[in-house]
Design a protein around this ligand. Structure first.
Ligand code: ASP
Ligand code: MG
Length: 482
């Protein structure tokens, strides 16, 4: 049996000292079971956002405000290390002679001094290049991973810090660098495999990498999941665990629908559809390297570690119900573009989409008729300008406070009568747009935001009243009712 497991912990799983110690326990639990983990961690919660704003603030020339942000980050990391030292030594306060803690504070000071140096330069030059931006934001994971490796060691784990920038080799597209799989595999053999062979737990930062020349890069926001998949693929892990703060993927948002069930197993394609439509658990494109190698990926809850989470697999298992989950995206706007002048002329759609392209405004859903196009968009401040541009081509109306409901399941392929059941269940709701994607595994429609909750509950009642126990966690629901 392949005992290698990549365990990735997101920002909320390492947000403070108690969270980090809980994470250490989860890892120790895996070690006790005979598994051999490699741990990938994000920056502490909110740190990446703060670093981005520090960089922007410095580039605007406001040096003092930028340095005030990093000063708070410096204090937060040092305090976290202090609390971990206290808790692991069983005291309220760590001993002032705690040599390990002094060493930790020492390297943290040096790291944050280095960061401040960059910000001062940035304030002087006044230009933020993608390359400098990557340098600045990389500090979140650089510091968190080293601190967490040391925290793990203090709890008795045989943990060792590995510099992710030595392993995750990328091209030079800063901000969204492309990983170089063959080189990564080779680097993992050099920097990670020997530790595993000696029974140590390597701990590395997600999200960050470097070019072959050693220039720091990042994989894009949320990139730690991507790192986990790259490491898992590179070392041929038996499983990848994405630890977050929810019990995996649910049949609906439990805040909207109290009857929501945990989905025990879902296909990669289904999970991808859900993510594109706003289910925030993870972005499946990032786990593609693992799925391609057929490595199972689990989404687990670090605040409820006993829960078995959701397993994402390459192929969907057979399921009695047509749908796996209902996702809802709120705060959308519908824009209706009615062609009075350019009726049926070719190039019409292109000229419309050029406007959205120019304003860098993504479009979620499109439905067209001979004379009109309706589009759904995230509500944003660019809409009046977009509408003004479009009105040179056609008549434009737009209306906010809409919600997109997206129902996903591989079993709707080729099944008759599903749409009838969907629309019967929400017959009281005013439907604004309908679409079934080419993937044939989702059915989506736009409704008023105020109707979203009611619609989701009705749909859930229609499709999940008799859930398949192989696919959905019916036990938890039964226990909750009892
Ligand atoms: N810290 C990075 C971000 O916030 C990467 C991650 O958390 O996955 O985007
Ligand atoms: Mg994340």
């Amino acid at each position: 049996m392949n005992r290698l497991v990549v365990m990735k912990f997101g920002g909320t799983s390492v947000e403070d000292a108690p969270a980090i110690l809980r994470t250490a326990q989860i890892v120790a639990g895996r070690v006790a079971k005979g598994l051999r983990p490699v741990v990938v961690v994000s920056a502490m919660a909110k740190v990446t956002d703060l670093l981005i704003s520090a960089a922007a603030t410095a580039a605007r020339g406001d040096r003092a405000s930028a340095l005030a942000i990093t000063e708070r980050l410096r204090i937060r990391h040092k305090d976290t290390a202090t609390q971990i030292a206290a808790k692991t030594s069983g005291e309220d306060q760590p001993s002032p002679k705690d040599a390990q803690l002094l060493a930790t504070h020492g390297w943290m000071e040096a790291e944050f001094d280095g960061l401040d140096e960059i910000l001062r330069g940035l304030a002087a030059v006044g230009e933020l290049t993608p390359r400098i931006s990557d340098m600045v934001v990389s500090y979140g994971e650089r510091v968190s991973s080293r601190m967490i490796a040391e925290a793990f060691a203090r709890t008795g784990l045989n943990a060792v810090h590995v510099n992710a920038r030595q392993c995750i080799v990328t091209d030079a597209q800063h901000g969204k660098a492309i990983p170089q799989d063959a080189l990564i595999e080779q680097r993992l053999k050099e920097h990670v495999a020997p530790h595993l062979a000696d029974g140590r737990v390597p701990v590395m930062g997600g999200f960050i990498g470097s070019t072959e020349q050693g220039v720091t890069t990042t994989l894009g926001r949320g990139g730690s999941d991507f790192t986990a998949a790259l490491v898992g693929g590179g070392i041929d892990a038996g499983a990848i665990e994405i630890w977050t703060d929810v019990n995996g993927i649910m049949t609906a948002d439990p805040r909207m629908c109290p009857d929501a069930l945990r989905v025990r197993i879902i296909s990669f394609e289904e999970a991808a559809e859900l993510a594109y439509f706003g289910a925030k658990v993870l972005h499946p494109a990032t786990i593609l390297p693992a799925v391609r190698k057929n490595i199972p990926v689990f989404v687990l809850n670090s605040k409820n570690a006993e829960n078995e989470g959701t397993r994402i697999t390459a192929l969907a298992p057979h399921c009695r119900s047509p749908f796996k989950s209902i996702a809802v995206k709120k705060r959308l706007t519908i824009m209706d573009v009615v062609a009075s002048r350019m009726l049926m002329s070719h190039g019409y759609l292109r000229s419309i989409f050029e406007v959205f392209d120019r304003h860098k405004c993504p479009v979620d859903m499109v439905s067209t008729s001979e004379v009109s196009v309706s589009l759904s968009l995230d509500s944003n401040e660019k809409l009046p300008a977009i509408a003004a541009d479009l009105s040179k081509l056609a008549d434009v109306k737009y209306e906010g406070r809409k919600a997109l409901v997206c129902m996903v399941g591989e079993n709707i392929r080729g099944q008759n009568g599903i749409a009838a059941r969907v629309f019967q269940a929400i017959r009281h709701v005013n439907l604004r747009m309908i679409s079934q994607g080419a993937s044939e595994i989702n059915m989506s429609f736009m409704i008023e935001e105020d109707d979203a909750e009611e619609a989701v509950r009705s749909l859930h009642r229609e499709f999940f009243s008799d859930p398949d126990p192989e696919i959905f966690d019916v036990e938890a629901a039964r226990a909750a009712r009892a």
